[in-house]
Each structure stands twice: as C-alpha cells, then as structure tokens.
Design a protein around this ligand. Structure first.
Ligand code: HEM
Length: 717
C-alpha cells in the first residue's frame, strides 16, 4: 500500500533477475533469522500509524528467552490486523475471478433508450467483470459442474449499471421466494458439510425433482455449458426481461446477451474431474495468462428487443425467468463490444470487494415485473451490507462510480468522504453554492409508469405453468454428441443420489421432455421406467430446434487463444519442435513444453528448451491438443512412466488432436492405444506435418472417437 496513498501498487508478477535477492546471502539476527533491512530504494516499513519499524522478526520480550510483553504495539497491531483479514464469502458465487476492461458502443440504441452509455457510437465505458461458480466455497475448484456467473459493472457517465448475469439464459426458479431453498439444496448438506461444489447429491435432486419449473435450466446445467473450457469461451445472459426507456418515456422490452468472439467451447466431464486435481485454478489462470499476454478476450453485447405485442403473442410469459426467447423469433442485435484488457492489481481490493447489484441501473434502463428480478433487487444490497461491513461499501474504489456524485448520505462505518459544508439536508436555504445538490426531474431516473392493478395475493401466474416445452426445445437443438453428454451427466449425478425414489422421480420429469433421454437415463441407472410426472400444462412438442443453443454449432473456426502441450524428451527432433512453435505462433495460439524434468531438454540439434511443466504436473487435460515429440531413448524412458502414459491415454479419451513423432509409438503401445490411433492422431515426420497438425487442431476435438472410448456409448453386452 502506498504510504498515505489510496492505490495499491501494481506488482510485477515476475521480478527481473537483478531484483531477486537470495536469502542465504542476507544478514542474520542472533538466532539465525533473516534480517532484510531498508535502504536505497527499499522503503522503511511502518506500522499502520506510520511509525517506523525497527524489527519485524521478533516480538518484544523480557530477556531473549522471556515472556512476550503486552506493551509490544507493533506485534499487537500486526496480529490484530491479521486476525481480521477474512470477511464473509458471498453466500452464493463465492469463488470468482475478475478483470478490468471497457465497453465500446458500435451501434447506437438512442432510438429505444435514453441511457447515456447507448448514445455515442465509438465511446468507451470502463468495465469490471467478475466470473464465478455458484455453489462452491471461495476455495473450491474451477471445473465444478455448475452455472457460471457473468457479472458486469459498467461505470457509465450517469451512474453504475450492473448487469449481473449468468452463462445460462434461464434460471431454476420463477419466484425469488424459492431462492434460499434452491441454494440450501445445492450447497453441501448441512449435517455432513459435503459434497463441496457439486450438485450430485440427494438434497439437490430431491428439491429439483419436486420443482418441475427447474427442468429447463437442469438441461442446460447437465450440458457442457456447465463445464466451460474458459471464461473466455462462454456466453453471458442478463436472463430476465428488462426494459429500455427512450427520451419520451416509451418502453421496449429487452434481453441482454454477451457473445464471446473466442467462440463457445467446453471441456468433457472426465477431463473436468481431472483438471480439478491438476489445476484447481484452471479458469482463473487462463484469464490471467490471456490478458497478461495481450490476448484480450472480447464479447459482443447483443440485445433482443420486443414490444408488448410480441410479448402477448409469445407461447410463454416474458416475465418467467425459466424461459428464453429463441433468436430465430427475435434476432439478437449487436450494439457493442466488451474487452477485458487489464488484470486486477489486488484480488481482495477489487475481485473480493466488488459488489454487483441488480438494482443498479441508470436512466434509460428499467426493470420488468419478473418476480425473480424483483426479489434480487432486494437481496444483493441486503447481503452486501453484511458482507462488506456497512453501508459505505460504495466508497470502496472498485464500487465507486466514476461520474460525479452528489448526495446527502453520510457517516456510518468506514465513511471515506462525507458531503462538505454545512448543509446535509434539503430543501435548504444555503443558496446555490453552499446548499448542495437538488433533484433533476428532466435528467433524473424516472421509473416506467406501468399500470398495476389486481388483488393483493400470493399466487403463481398460470402463464408460468409450462415447465417442459423449452427444456425439450433445448435438448432437440443439441448435436448427438451433446445430447449424449446430457444423458451421461444425468446418469452421473443421479448415480451419486442415494435414494432410488429421487432418481426415479427425476426420470419421471425427463419423460415429459424427451422419451429417448428418459430411457437412456433409466437404463444408465438400472431403473424401471417410471410413469411421466403430472404436467401442469401439456408440453409443446413442435417447438423447432434453435441452433444457437448448441455449443458445437457455435464453436471457433481457429485454434487462436488455445494451448498446445508439447511433450519433449532429450534428443527430440529440433526441426519438428521449431515448426510446431512457428505454426502455433501463426495461429495466435500458445504452447507449453512438458518434459521428464523441469530443467528441460536438449533437442537433436543441441538446442536447450526449458520446460514449463514436469510430466507429473502437466497432464494433457490442461491442453487443447498435444504433441509428443520424443527420441528413441526418451520414448523408452517415458513408456515406463505412469504420468506419461496417462498423458496420451487421456488426450486420446478426451478426443483431442494428437501429433506424434514416430518414436512416440513406443509410449502409445505401453499405454494401450497404439492400435486405436485414428485420423486425428497425426504423424509429425517433418516441419510440414507440424503446420498441418496445428491447422487440424482448429476442429478442437475429434468427436467420433468418443464412441470408442466411452462405456456409455457402447451397446450393452
Ligand atoms: C431470486 C433470485 C436470486 C437471488 C435472491 C440472488 C442472490 C444473490 C446473492 C445474495 C448474491 C451474493 C452477492 C454478494 O455477496 O455480493 C448473488 C450473487 C450473484 N448472483 Fe444472484 N441471486 C438470484 C438469482 C440470480 C440470477 C437469476 C442470476 C443470473 C442472471 C444471478 C447471478 C448472480 C451473480 C453473477 C452473482 C455474483 C456476483 C459477483 O460476481 O459478485 N443470480 N446472488
């Protein structure tokens, strides 16, 4: 922290060699403890009160071996502060990762919204985006099967706009009243406190199978959407229907979409499980590395605009957050781009302390009556007062607007700035220069004057009663391999559920979605097919497939931003390695070298190559594709190594493209895949082959292989 300053210093993540001092050459104290001291450019340490510290290694004692003295204010202050370092984690979305960037308007929305951010094409608005998982604790793993949060704070010139979205466009429940139940059911079971960051347990499926409205989102959560390859390769959705309000007060309904320029991409489940062990920080590391390498992730902001007439004609209620509007019915109009170009300076100050809140909307954007959205507008502010310790969390730099602010809110815990002068109320008669701010009927936020009438009652609208039609539409919009993954995920999750009646009740809902899927899941569980659940409304079976709902139909067309893992050994063909590196650079992808030892290898031409990973720490699940370039001796060594064998069998099982030098066959043989190599396993005989291999990797996976490697894909014996 700057002394007396406001900002946190930006640390260079990797100090230059010259800056690295070795502890063994440092001065030592009487007990041999390291004593690094201030001097030159190294500042003097102080207490929080600014008092210079003389010794930060030893507490104040009565004699060298005597008791510690209460008088030691430096020790007490240091320990007191440490004792209070933790704040409550978010009650949901506790694990997250964020970055700074900007939003740039590419198409004016002035025709439908007076929001300042939507007026001037080309203008940039600072943005802060936090991605998260929902169910796990702050220290849980990145590749949990879970919904991802996609929360965007836009510091507009007329106040902060928080679009607090998810990577799935629909939600589990229709009314905010059920949110605490949903989250209680999803989180670890309360008596045993497990399982962590998983929905594969009785309580979750018990609640879900008693909540038919959840089944549309269940289909998404069981699809590969819930195990994204990267934050950079997932969509974001505002979910609810919002309103845009023009300068005359006219309202247009809107749904917000973020579409990744990187294309959609996910991992496969067996890979996700292994990534969680190999690198629990896989997603945060990916975002950090991409931004720091200058490969800035980008999303388009799209809007679906519609009026009351469309809303009335739609098969579903636009206020029901368990429904989406297919893009074929209301096309997405792209109006801007979101670019993330700066990592945080400090995780706690920014990522932890940021407070997104659905009620933060500037003039020109307004709410609909969606009962989930209405409830969220209460919940976020309420929870943040507790999480961040009081009402002044808006003073924390990451939460403070970047436009002028004038109001009479004052005092409270941690007040960083109060209004100046004598007047802290209005109306007052202290005149234009001393009297402070006043309301502005023309510029100020005005709620859309929607008519409201009807009896006061607790009731769910009958227009919310169709729970299965869009779940079916989602399923039939998937490619066969994606449909298979949904079936596999349901079988996996329900196999972890102990009570057979819960498994069976879940399958009874699937029968209302797709008979084939229900059959697959029942067979996978070894269950007799139950009767279909009673449907509150007969499902529509003729909703047409929507190709935008599939990941595989919306993937990238290049290997850009992806990572090739190159397993090398001493004596590996230098020309092939160098050609691979060149091809990867040309593709704007990245690579990492994996080697038997972290010190690296010496190639056939005597070149030394440093390794990023030792083979045990760099399994193939961390890469989008792999190349195995080894010498005879290297292959013989690696063929006897369990991690090297896993490297190739996993790459094969996860349908990855595999490039290999002829010598690698020895490893394949020992790993048991030598006879199975297919057209996505590419020999790397020379430099030309290397270029061709990297081009082939654009397809990301060779899906036909999955039918060979997966038990669930084979007909029962
Ligand atoms: C009634 C329904 C919901 C309630 C009551 C609710 C409540 C909450 C609460 C209390 C938090 C923690 C906030 C904090 O500590 O700062 C949170 C976080 C979050 N919620 Fe919701 N939520 C609901 C539905 C949704 C929906 C439908 C979405 C997506 C459209 C969503 C997206 C998020 C995200 C992205 C975060 C994390 C924000 C961050 O990164 O700090 N929530 N929610």
């Amino acid at each position: 922290m700057d002394i007396g300053g406001e900002s946190l210093q930006k640390a260079d993540p990797v100090p230059a060699d010259a800056d690295i001092a070795f502890a063994y050459s440092e001065p030592q104290g009487a007990g041999g403890e390291t004593r690094q001291v201030a001097g030159g450019e190294v500042p003097t340490m102080t207490t929080q009160q600014g008092i210079p510290v003389g010794d930060d290694q030893n507490s104040l004692k009565q004699g060298a071996r005597g008791p510690t003295l209460l008088e030691d204010f430096h020790f007490r202050e240091k320990m007191f502060h440490f004792d209070h370092e933790r704040i409550p984690e978010r009650v949901v979305h506790a694990r997250g990762y964020a970055a700074h960037g900007y939003f740039e308007l590419t198409d004016s929305l002035a025709d439908v919204s007076r929001a300042d951010i939507f007026q001037r094409v080309g203008e940039r608005t600072p943005a802060f985006v936090r991605f998260s998982t929902v169910a796990g604790s702050k220290g849980s793993v990145d590749l949990a099967r879970d919904v991802r949060g996609f929360a965007v704070k836009l510091y507009t010139q007329e106040g902060n706009w928080d679009l607090v979205g998810n990577n799935i466009p629909v939600f589990f429940i229709q009314d905010a009243m059920k949110f605490p139940d949903l989250i209680h059911a999803a989180k670890p079971e309360p008596d045993r406190a497990f399982p962590q960051a998983q929905t594969a347990h009785d309580n979750f499926w018990d609640f879900i199978s008693l909540t038919p409205e959840s089944f549309h989102m269940v289909m998404w959560a069981m699809s590969d959407r819930a195990i994204p390859r990267s934050f950079r390769t997932m969509e974001g959705f505002g979910v609810h229907t919002f309103r845009l309000i023009d300068a005359k007060g006219k309202s247009t309904f809107v749904k917000f979409h973020w579409k990744p320029k990187q294309g959609l991409q996910s991992v496969v489940w067996n890979e996700a499980v292994k990534i969680n062990g190999a690198d629990p920080d896989f997603h945060r590391r990916d975002l950090w590395d991409a931004i720091n390498s200058g490969d800035y992730p980008e999303w388009e902001l799209g809007v679906q605009l519609f009026d009351d007439a469309f809303a009335d004609s739609f098969d579903f209620d636009v206020l029901d957050a368990t429904k989406l509007i297919p893009e074929e019915l209301v096309p997405v109009r792209v109006v801007g781009r979101l670019v993330l170009d700066r990592v945080v300076d400090n995780f706690f100050a920014e990522t932890e302390q940021v407070a997104f809140c659905t009620q933060n909307v500037p003039p020109g954007i307004d709410f609909s009556n969606d009962p989930l959205l209405q409830g969220r507008n209460f919940s976020y502010l309420d929870t943040q007062i507790k999480r961040l310790g009081g009402p002044n969390f808006t003073h924390i730099p990451i939460n403070a607007p970047k436009c002028p602010m004038h109001h009479f809110q004052q005092d409270g815990h941690m007040a960083m700035h109060n209004p100046r002068g004598r007047a802290n109320y209005e109306p007052n008669s202290w005149g234009p220069t001393h009297g402070g701010p006043r309301e502005d009927p023309a510029r100020g936020f005005t709620s859309f004057a929607q008519e409201a009438e009807g009896p006061k009652q607790r009731v769910r609208s009958e227009t919310f009663a169709d729970h299965y039609s869009q779940a079916r539409q989602f399923f039939v919009s998937q490619t066969p391999i994606e449909q298979k993954h949904i079936g596999d995920a349901l079988v996996f999750e329900l196999s972890k559920v102990e009570r057979p009646d819960i498994r069976s009740r879940t399958v009874s809902h699937l029968l209302n979605i797709d008979g084939g899927l229900a059959q697959t899941v029942a067979e996978g569980l070894g269950l007799p097919l139950p009767d279909a659940a009673a449907a509150a409304r007969e499902p529509l079976v003729d909703l047409p497939p929507s190709h935008k709902l599939s990941i595989l139909k919306n993937g990238p067309d290049s290997f850009k931003g992806r990572k090739l893992g190159i397993l090398l050994s001493d004596g590996a063909d230098a020309a092939v390695f160098k050609a691979l590196v060149k091809a990867v650079d040309k593709e704007k992808a990245v690579y990492e070298v994996i080697a038997p030892r972290i010190a690296g290898v010496t190639l056939s031409d005597g070149t030394s190559v440093a390794a990023k990973q030792k083979i045990d720490g760099g399994p193939s699940v961390l890469f989008d594709a792999v190349a195995v370039v080894v010498s005879h001796e290297g292959a013989a060594l690696l063929a006897g190594d369990a991690a090297a064998k896993d490297f190739v069998t996993d790459a094969f099982a996860h349908c990855k493209f595999i490039g290999f030098s002829a010598e690698a066959q020895a490893i394949f043989a020992k790993a048991g895949i030598a006879e199975d190599l297919d057209e996505a396993c590419k020999p790397l005989g020379n430099a030309k082959d290397a270029a061709g291999f990297v081009e082939a990797c654009r397809a990301l996976r060779y899906w036909p292989r999955e039918l060979e490697v997966d038990l669930d894909a084979r007909p029962a014996a």
